[in-house]
Structures are given as C-alpha cells and as structure tokens.
Design a protein around this ligand. Structure first.
Ligand code: NIG
Ligand code: FE
Length: 409
C-alpha cells in the first residue's frame, strides 16, 4: 500500500492552541502533513531529519502566522428570503418578540424556505458558506429549523449534507425542528413536539443528523417540551445542543447539562445554577455576539462567571436572517472582545478548540497537533492577537483543509 505524499510547511509562527504556552505558540514552527492528517507539529529545529527527508513538497512561510482552521459551531445557513423589512421595523421600535408573536420572525422565513427549490436553497447556502470559508473557516455546523415539516426539514438537512460533500468544508448537521411552532400547528405546540420527535427518527435513519437542538424560551418551547425532544434524541443516541437563556431565563442550560449536552448557546440570561450545571457536565457555552449586537441587547452573557467556573467558551456567527445576518467569523472575534470582554486568546480558542468541543470534534479538530485533521490557515499577520483586532479586513492568505490547499472559494 502506498503512503500519501508528505508536505512540509516551515518558517511558520504556529498558534497551535495546545496547552502549555499562551496560544500554544511555537516560533519558527513546522507542520508535516501526510494525506489529510498532521503527522508532526513543532519547532523546525526539532523536526527529525529522517522525517524532513520524506517530504515531497517543502513550503516556506517566512514567519507568517498559522492557526487551526476556524470552526463556526452555530449557524442557520439554509433558508430562503431575508428579513430586512423586519430590521427596519425593529429600528422604528418594534421588538423581536413582538414581530415573532405577530407571525413574523422565524415563521416568515419558514414561508420563504418552503417555496424555495432545493437548487435555490443549495445555491444560497453555498454562497454563504463560501463567504465564511474565505476568512479561514474549514468546519461549520448547520442547523435546520426553517422548514418545520417532515418534508421541508429533511430537505434543508439534505442541502446541508450536500454542502459537506461538494465544498472543501467539514459540515456537522443539527436538527432544529423545535425552532418555532409552524402555522399549521398554531395552538398545538405539544402535538408539534410529537411530530418533531417522529421526524427525528426518520432523519436519523437517513443519516442526516449529527446533533439535535431546540429553542427553549418564552416565545418558543417550554422546558417540558424541550425535555421531550432531548429524550427522543437520547433514544436515538444523538448528542444535544440548546438555544438557551437568550431572551429570558427558562433554566434551559441546566436542563441541557442534565442530558450531557455538547453546548448551550446564547446564554445572556444564564444564572449561577446554570453555570454550575454546565461546568459539571462539561457543556460548552457558545456565545453569539452577532445576535446580541443585531438585536441591540443590553444584558451581557456572564463571561467572567463562566470563565471562573471553567466552562469552555466558544464563539459563533449564529448566521440567520432574523437575529444575525453576518457572515464574518473574524468580526465575531472582535465583538467577543469588545462586547463580551473576552481576551483575544479566549476568542481564538472560541473558534478553534472550544468550537470543536461544541461539535463533538474535540479529538480531531481545533488544534495544530499531530494526529489531528490537517486544517490550517496562513495569515498575513505576525501576531495572533491581530485576529481579534482588525475588522472589515480579510488577512487570510492560504487555507489548507484535510491536507489539501483550497485554491479559491
Ligand atoms: O439563534 N433564537 C433562535 N433562533 C435564531 C434566530 C432565528 C430567527 O430569528 O430567524 C437565533 O438567534
Ligand atoms: Fe441560533
């Protein structure tokens, strides 16, 4: 059996995100890539000469910064239409809750998604994915949640799976049928939850689901309804995530932690008991500064308390047409620092090592470390704290995903 060719990338400033030094920094670093895997990572002078000799390609980076491929661990990328008119209404004083209760919000995107063809949904989602990828994103999570029927939820998940097959991108698919009550179930949310649990079995049977999510809030589903979704996920052996404590405190994060959730996301209204439960369960806190900013929220997530409790914190775009239409994960790094008072190093951990954990990819992604998938980004930057500093500029120079350089997105 022939071994795949080895490529040596040398002369790099590696922010490995491995424990030990701040940023896991290695100056004059080298990466040896074998097939889709990092074979060796370290200081160039320590590279065994026998290994170096095996390299078929030798690429020098002249001191450029290299990080793991970025991971956007919370997106709603597949949908039709947009909600710019609702944005205008909110600017004139209407609240996000009022618009949702009046039948706008998620439900209006459901209408636009149901009438869109598969080809259009794919085209729109692929454009969005490519915009994220241009800034060094090599892994994304994509949620359903704008179909809200057996047929349309499955259609959206198939579009997400297709993105993972056709783009040089690792895609994790999350089923979010419990995003809102569709109009045909108005006044019957418990019947709707029964239906969502049935669909999950079908979606899982078709290999469309990597995790299950729900929106637990006063304008969405109750903790009791959320629990039923989690029980269905558990019966199928699927990991769970939760939109929790975004607009009110429903104690959703503690419920998610009880089920060993990969993550609880948003968390502006999280309390101490929720933080303690997440810390105990190893549940990642996914903070979403784009939604906080775009909804002009004022209540901050409890960053210092999460930090003090040792809860891993991830950052994501939450890209969706209602609360976060942004497509720049680098801007989210900047906002995580300016709005949520994270450090630039915490912010980068939030889109690498902790984002990997939030997707159940803690052993294979998120760090520059031998044995992991060879996903990395070469930046036109000298220091890693610049990643959170610049905004409105794309300093991404080269992207390698699963050992293959991406030519252009
Ligand atoms: O993550 N909070 C629930 N879901 C989305 C927003 C959905 C929408 O407004 O379309 C979020 O912010
Ligand atoms: Fe979301």
């Amino acid at each position: 059996m022939s071994t795949p060719p080895l490529t040596l990338w040398r002369g790099a400033r590696l922010a490995t995100m491995c424990p030990g030094a701040p940023w896991g920094l290695i100056d004059d670093g080298a990466l040896l890539v074998e097939g889709d895997t990092l074979r060796w990572v370290g200081a160039e002078h320590a590279l065994p000469p026998a290994l170096a000799r095996q390299a078929e390609h030798d690429i020098s980076l002249d001191g450029a910064l290299v990080t793991p491929g970025l991971i956007d661990c919370h997106t709603h990328l597949v949908y039709g239409g947009h909600r710019a008119t609702e944005f205008e209404l909110r600017l004139q004083g209407a609240s996000y809750d009022e618009i949702a209760r009046a039948g706008g919000g998620i439900r209006s995107t459901v209408t636009a998604t149901r009438v869109a063809t598969d080809a259009l949904l794919y085209k729109l989602a692929a454009q969005r994915a490519r915009t994220l990828m241009a800034e060094g994103v090599t892994t994304i999570e994509i949620k359903s949640g704008y179909g809200l029927s057996a047929e349309h939820e499955a259609r959206c998940l198939r579009v997400a799976r297709r993105l993972g097959r056709e783009l040089p991108l690792t895609v994790r698919c999350t089923s979010l049928g419990a995003h809102a009550v569709p109009h045909e179930y108005t006044g019957r949310p418990d019947d709707y939850i029964d239906a969502v649990c049935d669909w999950l079995t079908m979606q899982h049977g078709e290999g469309l689901v990597d995790a299950v999510d729900a929106f637990c809030d006063h304008i969405a589903f109750t903790p009791a309804q959320t629990r039923r979704i989690f029980e269905a996920a558990r019966r199928l052996g699927l990991p769970i995530k939760l939109h929790a404590e975004q607009l009110s405190n429903q104690h959703g994060a503690a419920l998610a932690a009880e089920f060993g959730a990969l993550s609880a996301d948003h968390l502006e209204h999280l309390d101490d008991a929720g933080i303690a439960a997440m810390a105990k369960a190893g549940t990642v806190a996914v903070l979403l500064p784009g939604a906080f900013y775009f909804l002009r929220e004022t209540r901050l997530p409890p960053t210092p308390e999460l930090r003090a409790a040792g809860v891993p914190i991830a950052i994501a775009s939450d890209h969706n047409p209602g609360s976060s239409p942004g497509l720049s994960l680098l801007l989210m790094l900047n906002m995580a620092c300016t709005l949520f008072r994270m450090t630039p190093e915490e912010a980068l951990a939030g889109v690498t090592v902790h984002a990997a954990q939030a997707l159940g990819l803690a052993q294979t992604h998120g760090r520059l470390q031998a044995g992991r998938q060879a996903d990395f980004v070469v930046w036109d930057l000298a220091a890693p704290n610049e990643l959170a500093y610049w905004f409105g500029r794309n300093p991404c120079r080269r992207i390698v995903r699963a050992g293959v350089e991406i030519e252009s997105t």
